[in-house]
Design a protein around this ligand. Structure first.
Ligand SMILES: O=C(O)C1=C[C@@H](OP(=O)(O)O)[C@@H](O)[C@H](O)C1
Ligand SMILES: C=C(OP(=O)(O)O)C(=O)O
Length: 446
């Protein structure tokens, strides 16, 4: 399996660095919400103050791209301030922007630029160039956007050449939240009336954000219709903690068999995102949501993971809503399944093939390197848990979710493991080593 990522390896050793490790932690802002509020702020008439923005590469690379296009972005202490281009003068010189590894950043930006009729070339790194862009280009073209592929058909780079978006209806074939959000951003930016039919309710942050902005939205099972006019511009937004980052801390707590509670504060508890924690419950791990409240259209609260208990049960993921609500946590669930005696299984996981790596195969290979057993059959995966695992040299393929899953699991094993290219955690969770150290994990680069 190939990778385009170049970074340092990570060493994880079983030597605890501190006996007094922390039980109350906060994680960085949610990556998905960060992408969406940055783009919404870029087309909101007044400056917007964004608190707790995720500053991993996947989000931060969007900032220079927006600046190239004329958007004003500045940092004041820990607040990112975003204002639209002066006099709405988006750069029209067919500028080149590169979103590195982030398909969410690229897909949303293409939707937004199509809606604004801004001319630009949108590109990504070698990995992103292999990921499907037809999921968004086709519906945008159906609505009138002029987008052409500059390299391989269906992939980045693409050139946007204007084209006037029309009111209309599109039917998405794929459950991808990014596909739906790209079209929603196009409708917002063009102020068009667009109806989207979609097969699965995957993460719905864009719908919630647009409702919060006062847009006229009809949100029905299987479809959403939006009149892309915002009546209540953003002035500020506090981004809640990322449940996908919180999942690594919860897993480390379980792998370490801690006999205390772990408290994760200020986490996004949107039901389309907390599938990992629901599966933990199914396995017999105590999980509680406390202090649950609504903030900026999102559900936010504290997650409490109980002390480790023996007799964990294997899990099965069959339902497509559940699958999408934990889509980025599959590598971590594969690692978790390895310590639970019996067979766990994940079904209908075709979309994992289109992530930073083919995550069915990269998760399998990660586990095999620890001496575990996992088998991929078509779009399903079967993991035999409870077998003896060993520390070792573990490939991450430059995929942040694989690297962090491997690091969390490695800590529970005697000896040291080397996670190849492990520094790629910076894509979504730059604070990963610091937070893991707070949990006693001995982790360093080499
Ligand atoms: O909408 C989003 O922010 C995301 C949606 C998911 O991708 P797909 O929509 O391609 O499934 C997820 O894997 C990605 O990390 C972020
Ligand atoms: C798949 C991911 O993100 P994206 O699709 O935006 O690259 C992820 O963060 O795990």
């Amino acid at each position: 399996m190939s990778t385009s990522y170049y970074g340092r390896d990570l060493i994880v050793s079983d030597q605890q660095i501190s006996t007094a490790s922390s039980n109350i932690l906060q994680v960085p802002g949610d990556k998905s919400i960060s992408h969406r509020v940055l783009l919404a702020a870029a087309i909101t008439p007044k400056p917007t103050r964004l608190y707790n923005l995720n500053l991993g590469n996947a989000v931060s690379l969007l900032i220079p791209a927006l600046k190239t296009l004329g958007v004003q972005v500045s940092l004041e202490k820990n607040v990112v301030i975003v204002s639209p281009p002066i006099n709405d003068a988006w750069n029209q010189e067919e500028v080149y922007v590169n979103l590195g590894p982030s398909s969410a950043a690229a897909r949303f930006l293409i939707g937004l630029l199509a809606g604004l009729r801004v001319k630009a070339v949108v590109d990504g790194d070698e990995t992103l160039r292999t990921r499907p862009m037809d999921w968004i280009v086709e519906p945008l073209q159906e609505l009138g956007a002029n987008i052409q592929y500059l390299g391989e058909a269906g992939c980045l780079p693409v050139v946007l050449k204007g084209g006037c978006l029309q009111d209309g209806t599109v039917q998405l074939k794929i459950g991808s939240a990014q596909a739906r959000s790209s079209v929603l951003f196009a409708a917002f930016a063009s102020e068009r009336n667009v109806k989207i039919f979609y097969p699965i309710r995957s993460r719905d942050h864009t719908i919630r954000l647009f409702q919060y902005l006062g847009m006229d939205i009809q949100d029905l099972p299987g479809s959403v219709q939006i009149q892309g006019k915002c009546s209540q511009p953003l002035a500020e937004y506090h981004i809640p903690g990322d449940p996908s980052a919180a999942a690594f801390l919860a897993a480390a707590h379980i792998f370490q068999r801690r006999q205390t509670e772990l408290v994760l504060e200020n986490i996004c508890l949107n039901p389309t995102r907390i599938g990992f924690f629901e599966v933990l419950k199914e396995c017999g791990i105590q999980v509680e949501y406390k202090n649950v409240r609504q903030a900026f259209g999102e559900t936010v609260g504290t997650i409490i993971i109980g002390k480790f208990c023996e007799n964990l049960q294997p899990f099965q993921i069959k339902d497509s809503f559940l699958f999408h609500s934990l889509i980025d946590e599959i590598p971590l669930l594969v690692a978790l399944a390895a310590i639970i005696p019996g067979q766990s299984a994940i079904f209908g996981a075709k979309e994992l093939v289109f992530k930073e790596t083919n995550r069915l195969l990269s998760s399998q290979n990660m586990l095999l390197a620890f001496g575990g057993q996992a088998k991929v059959v078509d779009d399903s995966m079967y993991i035999t848990g409870g077998l003896p695992l060993q520390a070792g040299t573990i490939p991450s393929f430059g995929d942040h979710r694989i690297a962090m899953s491997a690091a969390a699991l490695a800590f529970s094993l005697p000896g040291s493991s080397k996670i190849l290219l492990g520094e790629c955690y910076e894509t979504s969770f730059p604070e990963f080593p610091q937070l893991m150290s707070l949990m006693g994990l001995n982790i360093f680069h080499c």
